[in-house]
Design a protein around this ligand. Sequence first.
Ligand code: MTE
Ligand code: MO
Length: 391
Amino acid sequence: GPLFLRPERHPVLRINNLKPFNAETPPEILTESYITPSVFFYKRNHLPVPNIDPATYKLQIEIQAPTNSERGGGVLSLSLDDLKNKFPKHTVTATIQCAGNRRSDMHKAKQVKGLNWGIAAIGNASWSGAKLRDVLLAAGYTLDDSKWAQHVQFEGLDQDVAGTTYGASIPLKKAISEDGDCLLAYEMNGEVLPADHGFPIRVVVPGTVGARNVKWLGKIIVSAEESSSHWQQNDYKGFSPSTDWDTVDYKSAPAIQELPIQSAITVPADGAIVDRSEEEVTIKGYAWSGGGREVVRVDVSIDGGNTWKIAQLKCSDKGADGETTPPPGRAWAWKLWELTVPLPEDTKEMEIVCKAVDSSYNMQPDTILPIWNLRGVLSNAWHKVNVRIQE
Ligand code: MTE
Ligand code: MO
């Protein structure tokens, strides 16, 4: 068959780049359902979508002990059937967000380099598969290995013309922890993982930046080192507003893992017009924080941030394997929120603002310039939309 696939894509997706395919959800669709339907889920591909035959697919797991250690290497190779049949199946509802979500807001404040994502490079899905922890243990990882093992690296089967594959890594602690809930997922929203989202296997690393949730997974390496891939070393890092392309030193900053608190307004859209006769307006949005920190509150203002009301958190999230509420520190899924307010009588302009608070009382910064960075990542300032009231 062909080396690459061009899966059918829903026509309402907002395309950011055609080759490779990058697109996001129309914002109002994000808050229509707690689970983002796979066809609407944002698609972020650095390379062409590889055509993988599930019948011959093999996942390699390698325990790469340092050469000076007593331990021999360990290698395990699993077929798709092995992953489905030899390990218990777990389901986790987790939000995945690209580090570049809301980059366009940062770009508006001052130019940055990267795909110009709006507010919808984020989605919430239920993922099912084998626990990464179970597979690492089956590959021979033991507590003794924690003396040298620091990172778990992932290699994708997607590659560029030179044969370089997509890669990333996460801390070993996150991968091996019972509470980390990392999955080798073969299902998304109860169906076979779609090609755009990593068929046949993607790693889901709840609470961690999209870039580490490697799709079309080919290899897992337990290592003393982080992934040496471009995307781990020379991209997906944050810098000071004063760092420019002449002074940037990628070695000086840690790779982004857990993401900061985020929220955005999906309805009404910026520039929308509301008729005075409607008397009230319903404001909707999403809120999420990385690292399993639960969103505990969303504040909404219709006067540019002078006064605030507390939004109603509409969708309480579910824990792993269908628990009704996630245990502390394991809130992997977003919350959708809503607020209905009377139209203000003394003005024709509303500046609607939202900001979220997580369980560590982390809050979003009010403005963008102090968090501006040359790659436009981690863009999480208060989200604002302007709405006009028509008399
Ligand atoms: N995995 C592979 N193999 N190749 C990729 O280009 N993109 C990453 C991550 N995993 C990527 C990948 C990035 S940057 C993000 S934000 C998420 O996948 C996007 O996942 P999605 O397309 O399922 O929304
Ligand atoms: Mo991303």
